[in-house]
Design a protein around this ligand. Structure first.
Ligand code: GAL
Length: 417
């Protein structure tokens, strides 16, 4: 009897602690910067799915579009030896975190869920450190979009532009009608977002690759770059005095409300239109930015996972697994404005802008016009991105000539290499 009680005791202890290590409920602290209406609605889907499996979601939101503030906070938490279980980190930065030896190996989830087969190889490679999965991708965003309010264009007798010349004509008409042509968010990452779109739209894919991916100093100070910078400055006269410091989603709201004609922004802006109950091609029009119809500047969101206490491992891996499951890929991306990163998903539930993005994603990957976003940390290491962003913002917010700015751009990038 005593022996039996002893065995029972051991079994109970094993079931409690053994279960926690393998599959019991746990907590995942998630660092992210998705705080706008559309972003928050999208992330809530993941929280619900995780909670439905019995786990706890500890939200660690750091406001600030583009994530620069979130990355600063993440570094200080990691330095203090207390990183969250999961953090929104993208592109080449994943390798830097891998070098620190602090990430969870996700190969068991990846193998069970067949990630090598359901992800495009280029994406899978970004998520791996030394051949092991340490990150999980969520979506594919396209940067080079222009979000237009057709009622504003109609009121002004303007047409949606496909070239930079047509863009100026449209802006003049909208201004003459007493409305704001361009809703502008005056923050460095937003200015960099428009800047790289112009690089693609004014000078083409090869020049984009030379400057935004290879960071070639000669190309950065070339006459072509001067032309790009002058185009960026041209837009300024069509923005309003409230632009400095404005958050991107407030700029989107100006287009939604019909105060402004258009905004240049990645397709997370569509998440705001969706959250406001707006319908594409009725209440708003999504068009590629002038000159960029065949290009696709891509931005892939992903979460890296840090090593966690045994009791939270199952919860962390459940989050990794859920992110790539078809249902989440569908609902999340519909809300977020992006397209699924998981291959083979049906287009059927997606709207017209998402379908256009899906078509352009595959066409651009065939034609060589699928390029990583510099502004959104897919193309170059953080130091080079920082140098480019500083130079662009200094130029946009001063009286500096485009010639001087191009030189400064090349010098700053050389120093950051
Ligand atoms: C991007 C991110 C998007 C979106 C945007 C604005 O860097 O990839 O998902 O959230 O910032 O915050």
């Amino acid at each position: 009897m005593r022996i039996f009680k002893c065995v029972l005791f051991v079994l109970i202890i094993f079931s409690i602690f053994g279960c926690q290590g393998k599959g019991g409920p746990g907590e995942v602290e998630v660092l992210h910067w998705w705080t706008s209406g559309g972003e928050a609605a999208s992330l809530a889907v993941l929280k619900q799915l995780l909670e439905a499996e019995g786990h706890t979601w500890k939200d660690f939101a750091v406001a600030g579009g583009g994530g620069d503030q979130a990355m600063t906070v993440l570094k200080s938490r990691a330095v203090a030896g207390n990183p969250p279980a999961a953090a929104q980190v993208k592109g080449p930065q994943i390798q830097l975190w891998g070098d620190e030896g602090v990430l969870t190996n996700l190969d068991d989830v990846a193998k069970a869920e067949n990630w090598d087969a359901i992800l495009p190889k280029v994406v899978a490679d970004i998520m791996k450190y030394k051949g092991n999965y340490v990150a999980v991708p969520v979506n594919v965003h396209r940067i080079n979009w222009m979000w237009c309010n057709p009622a504003v264009f109609e009121k002004a007798g303007a047409t949606i532009p496909t070239t930079w010349e047509e863009f100026e004509t449209a802006c003049q008409k909208i201004q003459a009608a007493g409305l704001i042509p361009v809703a502008w968010g005056g923050q460095p990452w937003q200015e960099a977002t428009v800047f790289e779109t112009i690089v693609a739209g004014v000078s083409g894919t090869d020049f984009y690759k030379k400057t935004m991916v290879q960071a070639d100093p000669a190309a950065l100070e070339s006459d072509t770059m001067v032309k790009v910078l002058n185009t960026l400055k041209m837009i300024k006269q069509y923005t309003d005095p409230g632009a400095p410091g404005r958050d991107w989603n407030l700029a989107t709201a100006m287009v939604i409300k019909g105060e402004a004609g258009m905004q240049f922004m990645g397709d997370w802006a569509k998440g705001e239109f969706t959250a406001a109950g707006k319908t594409p091609d009725v209440d708003y029009v999504a068009a590629p930015a002038p000159g960029t119809a065949k290009q696709f500047l891509f931005n892939i969101d992903s979460f890296i996972m840090f090593k966690v206490a045994k009791k939270n491992e199952a919860a962390q891996k459940a989050m990794a697994r859920l992110i790539l499951q078809p249902k989440f890929q569908e609902v999340f991306n519909i809300n977020k404005g992006s397209i699924p990163v998981r291959m083979g998903m049906s287009e059927e539930p997606f709207d017209a802008p998402a379908r256009l993005a899906m078509k352009d994603f595959s066409e651009s990957s065939r034609s060589g016009d699928l390029v990583p976003s510099m502004a959104h940390e897919m193309a170059v290491m953080p130091a080079i991105r920082g140098a480019i962003m500083d130079a662009v913002t200094n130029f946009y917010n001063s009286d500096m000539t485009a010639e001087a700015a191009a030189k400064q751009l090349a010098t700053a990038v050389k120093a950051a290499m």
